[in-house]
Write a protein that binds this ligand. Structure first.
Ligand code: PMP
Length: 394
């Protein structure tokens, strides 16, 4: 039965974890996998989430099915968190999904049902799972240029020029904030320009927001998405709670639809949930219930926001300090863009062989495209790390 199979493609980032674990060097540095880590290298359970879980354990008296859309109060709280207080909720529907990944797939399934020939335009580069996920739903993918590795900035004109080739009914996948893997993001003015282009050409925005609160702050990180929502008639959103609630393994996310009217949004939601039924039926409850408790409880929410803000500030401090260390060690401003980037990642602009040398000679682990996880930077070893990086430059 299985004798004709060829090995499935391995996930490069997950493979890196194995290599890192097997490395006996005590001063090794892990800048690979995309999870937030504290100063001690730990990915801790957030205080408010732990308190919410305790409450859940004490008060939950049944585990009977909830339904295809999962926890309805979670859905409402997430729509509020993402779209903001002033959004027109009469046109927005939200469905709990297994992580941001599940939400992306649900939104893609809906797109396939409503526009089977639609092309999904995806930034180059992007999170490596985006493309197989869209293709997995049967959609066609095309790329738009996004990042200038030399300067570490967004190639905005090239992005717009490519999107002008998109046909009415195509979808444009946009990173809501904290672009993965580059760390380079659109300004508010650029978001508005993109939104105008989407409207003019009849394109559907499909926003993946997986790091809300990791960039400029909870509200500011959703500002671009909200600018788009204020201009376009319809949009799709896939939100992840993995990072900002640190509930990675619990699989918490939400797929959202903004329709032209309430009844149209209901119709679309119905198809999205029908797709869920054929994929996994209902989403897992525990993590979403904990997130819902945090979002609905004034004190827990304040504590969650405070802890999230501490995480964000730590990443910002690391960015500035690392850019300064690289400036000192390289005697150049080549890496100054690291301080300008936002979110958990930056792409350093190194070649694959340079990344490989860093691993082999210095025990520094990063993804092959030179993406680093800023949260993994060693607070007390930035100059040593910068020196290692400079040593592999030409
Ligand atoms: N989108 C982006 C851009 C991501 O980086 C990630 C996680 N790495 C996700 C979506 C999905 O996250 P999850 O399924 O773990 O919630």
């Amino acid at each position: 039965m299985f004798e004709d199979l060829q090995p499935a493609p391995t996930d490069k980032i997950l493979a890196l974890i194995g290599l890192y674990r097997a490395d006996p060097r005590t001063d090794k540095v892990d800048l690979g996998v995309g999870v937030y880590k504290d100063r001690a290298g730990k990915t801790v359970v957030m205080r408010a989430v732990r308190a919410a879980e305790k409450r859940l354990l004490e008060t939950q008296d049944t585990k009977t099915y909830l339904g295809l859309a999962g926890d309805l109060a979670f859905n409402a709280a997430m729509a509020d968190l993402v779209f903001g207080k002033s959004a027109d909720v009469t046109r927005i529907r939200s469905a709990q999904a297994p992580g941001g990944s599940g939400a992306l797939r649900l939104a893609a399934e809906l797109l396939k049902r409503t526009r089977p020939d639609a092309v999904v335009w995806i930034s180059n580069p992007t999170w490596p799972n985006h493309i197989p996920m869209m293709r997995g739903a049967g959609l066609t993918v095309r790329e738009y240029p996004y990042f200038d590795a030399e300067s570490g900035t967004v190639r905005f004109d090239a992005m717009l020029a490519a999107l002008k080739e998109a046909k009415s009914g195509d979808a444009v996948l946009l990173h809501g904030c904290c672009h993965n893997p580059t760390g380079a993001n659109l300004t508010a003015a650029q978001w508005a320009e993109v939104a105008d282009l989407l409207v003019a050409r009849g394109l559907l925005p499909f926003v993946d927001i997986a790091y809300q609160g990791f960039g400029e702050g909870l509200e500011a990180d959703a500002a671009g998405l909200r600018i788009v929502a204020g201009k376009v008639p319809e949009m799709l959103v896939a939100a992840s709670c993995s990072k900002n609630f640190a509930v990675y393994r619990d699989r918490v996310g939400a797929a959202m639809i903004m329709g032209r009217t309430g009844p149209e949004a209901d119709m679309a939601q119905g198809h999205m949930l029908a797709a869920a039924r054929t994929l996994y039926s209902m989403p897992p409850d525990h993590g979403a219930a904990a997130v819902r408790i945090v979002l609905e409880d004034k004190d827990l929410r304040a504590d969650w926001e405070a802890e999230l803000e501490e995480m964000r500030q730590r990443m910002l401090r690391l960015r500035v300090a690392f850019a300064e260390a690289l400036r000192r060690q390289s005697n150049s401003d080549r890496f100054d863009f690291i301080a300008e980037h936002r979110g958990m990642f930056s792409r350093l602009g190194l070649r694959e062989d340079q990344v490989e040398r860093l691993r082999a000679e210095h025990g520094v682990y990063m993804v092959g495209d030179s993406r680093i996880n800023v949260a993994g930077l060693p607070e007390d070893g930035l100059d040593k790390l910068a020196k290692a990086i400079v040593s592999v430059l030409d």
